[in-house]
Every structure is written in structure tokens, then in C-alpha cells.
Design a protein around this ligand. Structure first.
Ligand code: FDA
Length: 323
């Protein structure tokens, strides 16, 4: 019989495969009863369907002393109109943030606004958002997607960041190529977010969750500091968090911890109480299917949490978990 550890490993792999199944995603989206049921599980990590939900949760966290990132969720958008609609939604999000006076970070996948069509279109859409945010204090932040897109994403980032200093980039510690990519980036105190990586990648390209990955994460952090980057330490791994604090990195200028909304709010609260800068990454929108799969894949007990959240009397409101 399989042990609990074996089952958790299998569940992680299965959830990562399910995340890529566009047929299953389409089935969920066209089956209202299933959509609404699973949405109750997603509510722990996704603030709601619309911008108002994201802004309201964000405003509450800002009032509690956190910095925020906001993402209108979506990726791999394959028609021009939907890419334009996504960019318009982000434009309206930015406008709302300006009106509210919140210097948030707006995060997104380039494949949501045009990378799946072509690089030039993605760049054009990104540049329009960058023009809008110029001198507003709002940062634009590019997420990192599957390894097949890494080179294209970095090329668009480099071109745009040379023109607009308020654009940041995410790098994945799990990829073997990241050390080299980090060395090749222009530093100039640009903002970098380091994550472990959410995508299932072949062994020749990436290492899986392990002590070796944690060691690599710490080496990359050191490398990023040496190169003069401002760094978001984006992990919920307490061993990395503790090590960053022990090495005196957490109070360096420009360094912050960044964690996903609904995940380890106790840890975010503890770090904030201790005086470290903490940013919470909030999401909103209808496209939460892949996001939910990833959150379960990276921590299999979240499958139990999902069942509990679906059956609960009231929908989950994760904002309340932050002190
Ligand atoms: P790891 O997965 O090893 O988990 C360490 C510990 O953290 C677990 O043992 C558990 O205690 C806790 N934990 C982790 N995930 C949890 C969960 N879902 N629920 C409850 N507890 C959990 N990825 C990517 O490929 N591209 C990107 O652009 C981004 N962007 C991004 C932004 C931000 C702000 C964050 C925090 C993360 C991302 N990610 C991402 C996701 C990232 O790659 C990674 O999958 C998750 O952060 C989980 O990895 P950890 O570093 O937390 O470590």
C-alpha cells in the first residue's frame, strides 16, 4: 500500500497535470454547478470574480500595514480580443489604484496580454500599461511561466525595463538556467521576485522540491543582492525565511517578503509584527482553475482544506486571517 508521502507526491504530480488540461478547465467553466462548488475552494486564494473584490481585500490589507500585489488572473490567452480585454481590465485596475492612492504592484502573465499571439503584440500591450503607470508609484510585475516561454519573457522584459524602470521580473529557482539568466540581467537596482517555480518541468531543466532547491534559492538570493537588485523573497518556506533573517538579508534596503493571499497568513502576520516588510499577492477574476490546481499541488493537505471550504456554511474570507 502506498504511504502518505507517496500519495502526496502522486497528488502533486496529478494536480500539476490537471492544471494543464484545458478540456477539464473548459468543462468546469461551462458547468455552473461544478464551477460554483469549486469556486468555494478557490475563494481561500482568490479574492473574488471582479476588480472590486480584489481592491477591497487589498485596501483592507494595506490598512493592516501590508504592501500588496494584485493580479487579474489569466494566462495562455489565444485570441487578440481577449488579450486586449485583459489589458483593458488591467488599465482600469491601475486607474482605480491611482484614485485610491494605493502604490500597489500589478502582476500578470505576459501570455494573458499577448505572448500567445506574438512577442511584438505582448510588448506593445505591456508598453501601454507602463506608460500609464509611469510616475505613479505603481509597479508592473511580470510573472514567470513554463520554461518553454522563459527566453521570450526575459527578452520582452529586458526591452521594456530599459524604457520603464517600474517593471519587475520573476525568476524561478527550480530552473537550472536561472543562475545564468540572473547574471545576464541588467541590475541597476531593478526589482526582482524570486520564487521556487510552480510548473512541472523535466529533470534536465529543473530540480524538484528538496534541500538542494532551498540551497539554490539562497545562492540565487545572494547573487541577486551582489548584483544590486531589490529583491522580493517570494516563498512560504519557513526555512528560507529564517535563513534570510539569520543572514541579515531581510532588513536590507529594498528587500521584502512576498506571499500569496490565503497561504500562511500566520507567517505573514508574524513577520510583519517583527517589523519586516511583507507584501501579500492577491488575485481576482474568473480564471482561477490553474491557480487553484497549483495551490493544491504545492501543498497536498490543501485538498482536505478544499473539501472543508466547499462544505462550510459561509464562503472563506482570508483577509480576516491577517493580523
Ligand atoms: P514549497 O512549495 O517548498 O513550500 C514550503 C512550505 O510552505 C510548505 O511546506 C508549506 O508549509 C508552505 N506552503 C507552500 N505552498 C503552500 C500552499 N499552497 N498552501 C499552504 N502552505 C503552503 N510561480 C511561478 O512559477 N511563476 C510565478 O510568476 C510565480 N509568482 C509567485 C509570486 C509570489 C508572490 C509567490 C509567493 C509565489 C509565486 N509563484 C510563482 C509560486 C511559487 O513558484 C511556488 O509554487 C509557491 O510559492 C510555493 O512554493 P514555496 O516557495 O512556498 O515552497
Amino acid at each position: 500500500m502506498a504511504t502518505t508521502i507517496d500519495l502526496e507526491k502522486q497528488l502533486t504530480e496529478t494536480m500539476k497535470s490537471i492544471a494543464r488540461r484545458s478540456d477539464l478547465k473548459a468543462y468546469v467553466e461551462r458547468t455552473p454547478s461544478l464551477y460554483h462548488l469549486l469556486q468555494r475552494a478557490a475563494a481561500r486564494y482568490v479574492t473574488g470574480d471582479d476588480r472590486a473584490a480584489g481592491l477591497e481585500a487589498g485596501r483592507m490589507l494595506v490598512n493592516k500595514g501590508y504592501a500588496i500585489s494584485l493580479e487579474y488572473i489569466g494566462e495562455n490567452t489565444e485570441d487578440i480580443r481577449s488579450c486586449e480585454a485583459a489589458a483593458l481590465e488591467m488599465e482600469q485596475l491601475i486607474q482605480a489604484l491611482i484614485e485610491l492612492g494605493i502604490a500597489a504592484r500589478v502582476s500578470f502573465d505576459l501570455s494573458h496580454i499577448g505572448l500567445s499571439i506574438d512577442d511584438a503584440f505582448a510588448f506593445k500591450q505591456l508598453a501601454a500599461l507602463a506608460e500609464q503607470t509611469r510616475q505613479t508609484g505603481i509597479e508592473l510585475f511580470i510573472s514567470m511561466e513554463e520554461s518553454a516561454k522563459t527566453e521570450a519573457i526575459l527578452a520582452i522584459y529586458e526591452r521594456a525595463a530599459a524604457l520603464y524602470p517600474n517593471i519587475g521580473i520573476t525568476l524561478q529557482a527550480q530552473l537550472h538556467s536561472t543562475t545564468q539568466h540572473l547574471n545576464a540581467l541588467q541590475a541597476d537596482s531593478r526589482r526582482l521576485r524570486l520564487v521556487k517555480g510552480a510548473y512541472q518541468e523535466p529533470e534536465q531543466l529543473a530540480i524538484s522540491r528538496s534541500d538542494a532547491l532551498n540551497q539554490r534559492y539562497l545562492h540565487l538570493l545572494e547573487q541577486a543582492f551582489d548584483r544590486g537588485h531589490r529583491v522580493s523573497i517570494a516563498t512560504h518556506d519557513e526555512r528560507i525565511v529564517d535563513e534570510a533573517i539569520a543572514r541579515g538579508w531581510a532588513l536590507k534596503p529594498g528587500v521584502e517578503f512576498e506571499m500569496l493571499y490565503g497561504i500562511r497568513p500566520d507567517l505573514s502576520s508574524k513577520l510583519k509584527r517583527a517589523g519586516y516588510p511583507v507584501r501579500i499577492y492577491l488575485t481576482y477574476g474568473h480564471e482561477w482553475y490553474l491557480y487553484l490546481c497549483h495551490r493544491i499541488a504545492e501543498y497536498p493537505p490543501n485538498l482536505y482544506q478544499a473539501v472543508i471550504d466547499i462544505a462550510a456554511d459561509r464562503p472563506v474570507d482570508s483577509v480576516m486571517d491577517y493580523e
